[in-house]
Design a protein around this ligand. Structure first.
Ligand SMILES: *[C@@H]1O[C@H](CO)[C@@H](O)[C@H](O)[C@H]1NC(C)=O
Ligand SMILES: *[C@@H]1O[C@H](CO)[C@@H](O)[C@H](O)[C@H]1NC(C)=O
Ligand SMILES: *[C@@H]1O[C@H](CO)[C@@H](O)[C@H](O)[C@H]1NC(C)=O
Ligand SMILES: *[C@@H]1O[C@H](CO)[C@@H](O)[C@H](O)[C@H]1NC(C)=O
Ligand SMILES: *[C@@H]1O[C@H](CO)[C@@H](O)[C@H](O)[C@H]1NC(C)=O
Ligand SMILES: *[C@@H]1O[C@H](CO)[C@@H](O)[C@H](O)[C@H]1NC(C)=O
Length: 355
């Protein structure tokens, strides 16, 4: 099940593959009112009242996707209201309705369009929350110069902002918000959401395992697929912001030797093929949670697989970063001590080489 905004209202009882994200990635700051107003847009973006095969021709659907950003991609938002995730491009009708006919959408246009859309419900939203949402999209489209977002860039956001591997130059046009945003992880396109899938499973275990990231194969694989970023960023994504004393990589117990041997089949080096097998294994018969608050989620085998990377090149890419960090580009066969050092120290080393 994909994270959906409805999770916000009952975050502690929600069962998803990635429970922490629902809370953490809400456009800051989180207010109950902003999620209520956002959710109210579902009424106008419902297959019973719209053409389900042209969702981006409805202002409520467009606004719902925007106010859910950070929590869900536009496609995940469509899925959360049971609409097809493949849709024609956002129509000029919707854009013109939001801009009042002007050829660029400004922050004020967005605030006005949103408030008009929720006017008939008792919902309420703080203007600065809406301004923050606009600044995120304007950053994605590269329109931070205050002149507004042109139609084609705005329509692109609906089609492409959910694509893995695309990080904007800045995450918000507002420098304060950009500085406080979780860093975007520049995954290769071959990721296909697999790393998020592994990290979501790791989150179910790490909340119960005081020894941390490097003691079970799901969390080991999540740590490896974060090679384009750092495990500190991974930890921050997994832990809800309300948890006090969120740990860092430096707090994690060194890699378990037993785990290392499980992945290598008892050999004293880990190879690319070992990593491929373990990574695909982590995406097979995946774990899900039946719910429960953070710290008490009960991971269960789901019987589901994936999402797998679109190619094993994805694993080769992160393995090459790890091999380069450990100085083993020639063989790409990594002994226990080198791999354990990489896991414990790469996050703080600031060193990000590739073979
Ligand atoms: C989009 O909706 C408008 C009504 O708001 C309608 O006139 C138009 O035909 C629709 N466009 C498409 C492509 O369905
Ligand atoms: C759409 O509206 C119908 C009728 O009000 C309702 O039963 C259904 O749950 C709604 N669908 C979603 C996804 O909210
Ligand atoms: C929530 O909205 C209500 C009006 O609907 C308002 O009275 C209240 O102050 C809002 N609360 C917050 C925290 O914004
Ligand atoms: C940036 O966002 C912060 C936090 O919402 C807000 O206080 C500030 O006014 C914004 N700055 C600008 C220039 O909009
Ligand atoms: C290694 O594999 C064995 C057998 O599958 C399992 O019981 C053990 O928990 C694994 N150890 C680690 C650290 O994953
Ligand atoms: C990529 O992920 C989607 C689900 O998100 C899945 O349907 C597809 O099969 C995956 N691609 C591959 C090559 O596994």
């Amino acid at each position: 099940m994909l994270p959906i905004l409805g999770a916000v209202a009952s975050a502690v009882t929600l069962a998803t593959a990635f429970p922490a994200l629902d809370v953490r990635q809400l456009p800051a700051p989180i207010t109950a009112n902003s999620s209520v107003s956002c959710l109210s847009l579902r009424n106008g973006c419902n297959a019973t009242v719209i053409d389900p095969n042209n969702a981006w021709n409805y202002t409520d659907c467009a606004l719902l996707a925007i106010c859910s950003e950070g929590v869900s991609t536009p496609q995940q938002t469509l899925n959360s209201v049971n609409l097809p995730t493949t849709q024609p491009r956002l129509t000029e009708d919707v854009f013109n309705q939001m801009t009042g006919g002007a050829d660029r959408l400004t922050q004020q246009n967005y605030v006005d369009a949103y408030n008009a859309a929720i006017a008939s419900t008792p919902a309420f939203i703080r203007t600065y929350v809406l301004q923050g949402q606009y600044e995120t999209i304007a950053a994605w489209t590269g329109d931070c110069d205050d002149s507004g977002i042109p139609y084609s860039n705005f329509a692109d956001w609906f089609d492409y902002s959910g694509t893995a591997g695309v990080c904007p130059a800045v995450q918000s046009c507002n420098a304060t918000l950009a500085a406080s945003a979780d860093p975007c992880v520049p995954q290769p396109i071959t990721d296909n959401g697999s790393c998020n899938g592994v990290a979501g499973q790791c989150a179910l275990f790490i909340q119960q395992d005081v020894d941390g990231l490097f003691q079970n194969s799901l969390c080991l694989m999540a740590s490896m697929c974060y090679a384009e970023s750092t495990t500190d960023v991974l930890i921050n994504k997994m832990f809800p912001s309300y948890v006090s004393n969120i740990p860092t990589t430096a707090d994690q117990t060194r890699l378990s030797l037993d785990l290392f041997h499980n992945v290598t089949g008892g050999n004293n080096v880990m190879t690319l093929q070992n990593a491929i097998d373990a990574y695909y294994g982590a995406l097979t018969n995946t774990y899900d949670s039946l719910g429960g608050p953070w710290g008490a989620q009960d991971p269960q085998r789901s019987g589901n697989n994936g999402p797998y990377p679109t190619s094993t090149d994805y694993v080769s890419n992160f393995w090459s970063i790890i091999s380069a960090w450990t100085g083993l580009c020639d063989t790409q066969e990594i002994p226990y001590d080198n791999l354990a050092d990489y896991l414990s120290y790469a996050a703080s080393s600031g060193y990000h080489p590739t073979c």
